[in-house]
Every structure is written in structure tokens, then in C-alpha cells.
Write a protein that binds this ligand. Sequence first.
Ligand SMILES: Cc1ncc(COP(=O)(O)O)c(C=O)c1O
Length: 407
Amino acid sequence: MNLHSIRKHFPALERELHGRNVIYLDGPAGTQVPKEVISSISDYYRYSNANTHGQFASSQETDRIMESARNKVATFINAPDANCISFGQNMTTLNFSLSKALVRDMNPGDEILITQLDHEANRGPWLNLEERGIIIKEVSLKPEGVLDYEDLERKLSERTKLVCIGYASNMIGTVNDVKYVRSLTRDRNIRMLIDAVHFAPHMAIDVQALDCDFLLCSAYKFYGPHVGILYCKPGLLNTLQTDRLRTQSADAPYRIETGTLNHAAIAGVEAAIKFISRLGEGKTLRDKITSAMQTIHRHEMDLAAILYDGLQQIKGCTIYGPGMESGLRTPTLGFSIKGITPEKVCYELAKQAIYAWDGHFYAIRAAEVLDLMKTGGVTRMGIVAYNTKEEINRTVKVMEKIASDSR
Ligand SMILES: Cc1ncc(COP(=O)(O)O)c(C=O)c1O
């Protein structure tokens, strides 16, 4: 991977503080955006700004842009066709819409499984259904930051209608065994929903291999703009009782898309996927995407190993979630340093031009279960495609100094 040329695509990486380039380790909260994405958004406004389905050129261009973006997203997650892809404001809003639709086909006493590791966006919409008599069961998180799969299996029952699980944790980087969960739910005829928001920038997604019913992600986590994406298995969305206006199309993928979408941002989603695909090789767009994701993953995990080792050497540092050798994590490290709050760590890092996040990042249930709330959550450093070895080495040095100054 030619990191030097990749970095040139990201104008934000030119930002400096006291003559030093800023180091962006805030990727899990949203990556920086390449200039191709920025241009496609501004080009949309410059040339094609219109509403859809009109008789004139800019409207027809908008239709083509939307269709093309849907096709690219379908290829990005290996969906069988573009009608499986719906767009929305963000993942949270789409998941609320989905939960409101699904409950209309449920009866009081039906059950939904959620997990303690998930972001609230994949808990809150389901927990709200308790007021409709739906029983929400929560799969336990073990102290080592991994879901308790025996607990999950125990909690499945004849009344379970849906399992909602994250693909990877945005707080501590754990990758969940969604294949195993699918094997448990398939035989029992239980639907499965995957929140792939944190996973999507790090590894290729294949919804057909996963055999999930629903998968959600958000383009701003993979070098794109703020657009939510919902995949529904072919034919499934058309059976759901979504909230929609009578003037709105009742067919997939539009059936859950309310109001006018953010066409410019959706043009940017296509540009983000094209940008990723150019980092890979192969004949088809899908080949290029999977090859690019492998290259990105290798690069990210090499850097994560350096960061993990460096942090581990620091006295009083605890890194949460599976170790590097497990192969069960993303390059996102959540950690704490004894005697100094994550907020103070991030404040000190920012003074040294290193941008990282502190807190629970809405994975608040996991922070509660791991007993991290009283100390302000964790410090989170997330590595993405544009980070360099030099940045990680410098981050480790700065962290050593912050930790030693706090003793
Ligand atoms: C794992 C995970 N799920 C869901 C969300 C919510 O996504 P959105 O901001 O698109 O609603 C986030 C955002 O950080 C996330 O990291």
C-alpha cells in the first residue's frame, strides 16, 4: 500500500498544530474524507442539483446518481441487487424506522435479543418496543470484552423473533462471531440484524455469506459523508409495514426512505467506495473492493500491533477486549491508564496534535458492565488506512510521557 500517495488524497491530513501534522486516531467516530468524495458532493450541487423523477436533465442526472450509488453500495457489501439497499439520515434513524416496522408484525410476549456490547443505536430502538409488550433480552458481555455465546444460546426461545448484534465493537474493537450466531438462528427461523457500522471500514462485508436479514452501516465511517445504509434481504422490505406517506413508493428500496434524501451526500458515498476500490486489484469492482479491504486490514493490524505493544508496556495501562493474537478484533484500542482520566489523556494528546476520543461512544452498556463509567469510560485510538507507522510510534512516546507525568 503506497501510503504516501493515499495520504495525498485527504486534505484534512495537511492540518498542523505548532508546525506538526495532526495525527487522526478518531477514525471510529468518523474518518477523514478524500478529495474525490468532496468533489463529487460539490459537483452534484454545481451541476445536477434537483429532486428525483422529473422530465428535465438535472433531475434525470439525480436519478442516475442515486441508482449508481445504490449499485456501488450493493457491491460493497455483496448484496445480490441494488433494491436491497436503502438510504437514510444515519444508521440510528434507519434502525428506529426498522424497529417501528417490525413490531407491527409481532405480538406481546415475542422476544428480541440484543447485546451488552452493542452501541445504543442497536439497543435503544429495540428496548423502546418493551412499551408494546415485546420482551427484550440482553446477551451478557464477559469481563474479557467478548460476548457470552452460551448465554446467547440459552436466551433463544420459541418466542425469539430477532437477534440484533454488532459485527464489531466501536469501543473496544471486539469482532463478534456473527457466523456462529447465524448458525443458531437459522435453524430456529429467527431473523438476524447486524450492525456493521464499526466493522465496515476495516474488513470486507459479504451479506450473502452472512445470510443476515438486515445489515446497517454508515458511510462516514468508511471515508464517505454522513449517510446511513440499510440492507434488507431480497423481498423482505416489501413485506414490512414501514411508516410512509401514501405518495411514497411502496416498493423496495424506497419503502423505508421517507422524504427527500441527501442526494449530494449519496453521490459522495459512491465516490468513497470507488476510492476504496482503487486501493485494490482485480477484474470486477467486487474483486477490487475485497482486495482493497484485505490490504487496508493488513496495514491497520500491523500498526495496531505496534500500538498495542507500546501501550501494554506502559505501567498501569489496561487494554480492553481480545488480544492482537486472537484475530478477533479491529484496529480500535480502548484502554485506561491508572490515575488519569480518559478525558485528561485526550486533552494532553490534543495538545500534542494527536486527536483521540474519550468516553463510552454510546456503547454505554458495555462501559457500565466493564465498570468503566465511574472513571469516564476509556481512551479510544482507532487506526484507519491513512495512519502511518511514524504516527503510531510518536503516539506511543507521547502516551509514555502522559502516563509518567501522571504518576
Ligand atoms: C457500532 C456503531 N453502531 C451504530 C452507530 C450509529 O451510527 P450513526 O451515527 O450512523 O447513527 C455507531 C456510531 O458511532 C457505531 O459506532
